[in-house]
Write a protein that binds this ligand. Structure first.
Ligand code: PD2
Ligand code: ZN
Length: 281
């Protein structure tokens, strides 16, 4: 394609762009692909800026800023809060980072001990009234720590804020879940469906969830991986390790679908930190 000839936006090009965005490629990635195929930048940008569908598609939603660890040095380990944390796996689309040794064994044990006393049947955050309800898709038991409620929790939360470059007050309180043998967490998205009843009340407290960090507080004897079905990734639950993932819009195109595979032997304990767009109150 010559750079001087007039280029026009064809229905085929529109369809191709829609498909790329639908598969989770970012606007920048699609723009780069178009430019390398000979499209003039001005035409590519105009095509990308055209509204698609009825406007409700996530491709035209504005992406939120999301927490992001600074891995720019390309080092295999990071010093965070005086600990050497291993970067075991990184994926850019969807954004996933698996870490080794984010928590010490002692911190894991202390969180399990503090949570054990307060376990109740797990609830999900959303119901039609904007309150909580028991979720049959989740067969674990759980509790929430208040943000900053103890020295241990403050220490862990400030480490996560440092690692994620995200203020502590933009996070929910840590949730601890205990899965017994056979228990699982069916695949789901952690963001709130803006269309669901009660969404407005939930989103008033800090906006959308934009990222999740699941920390493993023990190593189950078998099973219990955190699974990402869209990309067929399984993360092994290993005590002290963690998996981080972010999602810049409340839409499946983020490929942030994830679940907890059934625990086959022993128990599985995790602590989850959900990060919000704004101050969570
Ligand atoms: O325990 C897990 O692996 C898991 C899986 C899916 C935790 C969560 N979601 C969560 O806490 O959101
Ligand atoms: Zn989840």
């Amino acid at each position: 394609m010559s750079g001087h000839q007039q280029q026009s936006i064809s229905p085929e090009l529109r369809e191709w762009i829609r498909e790329q965005l639908g598969q989770g490629f970012t606007r920048e990635q699609v723009l780069a692909a178009m430019k390398s195929s000979g499209w003039q930048e001005s035409v590519a940008l105009r095509a990308l800026d055209e509204p698609v569908g009825d406007g409700s598609d996530a491709a035209v939603q504005v992406a939120s800023r999301v927490p992001e660890p600074d891995l720019s040095g390309g080092r295999p380990t990071l010093w965070i809060d005086g600990r050497e944390v291993k970067v075991l796996l990184t994926l850019s689309q969807p954004r996933i980072v698996v870490l080794g040794g984010l928590l010490s064994d002692e911190e894991c044990d202390a969180m399990v001990a503090a949570a054990s006393a307060r376990l109740a049947r797990s609830e999900t955050v959303a119901s039609s009234e904007g309150g909580s309800e028991i979720n049959p898709a989740r067969t674990s038991d759980g509790m929430f720590f208040e943000r900053g409620e103890s020295e241990l929790i403050r220490k862990v939360e400030s480490r996560l804020a440092e690692f994620l470059n995200w203020p502590i007050d933009h996070g929910e309180g840590l949730q601890v879940l205990r899965y017994r043998p056979g228990a699982e967490y069916l695949p789901h998205y952690d963001y709130f469906d803006p269309e669901m009843d009660g969404a407005a009340a939930i989103l008033k407290r800090g906006g959308q969830r934009v990222a999740t960090l699941v920390m493993y507080l023990n190593t189950p004897a078998a099973g219990g991986a955190t699974i990402f079905p869209d990309i067929k990734l399984d993360v092994s639950p290993i005590k002290g390790n963690a998996v981080f993932f972010s999602y810049d819009r409340p839409h499946p195109q983020t490929q942030s679908l994830h679940g907890g595979a059934p625990v086959r032997e022993g128990e599985k304990w995790v602590a989850t930190k959900w990060l919000r767009e704004g101050v969570f109150v």
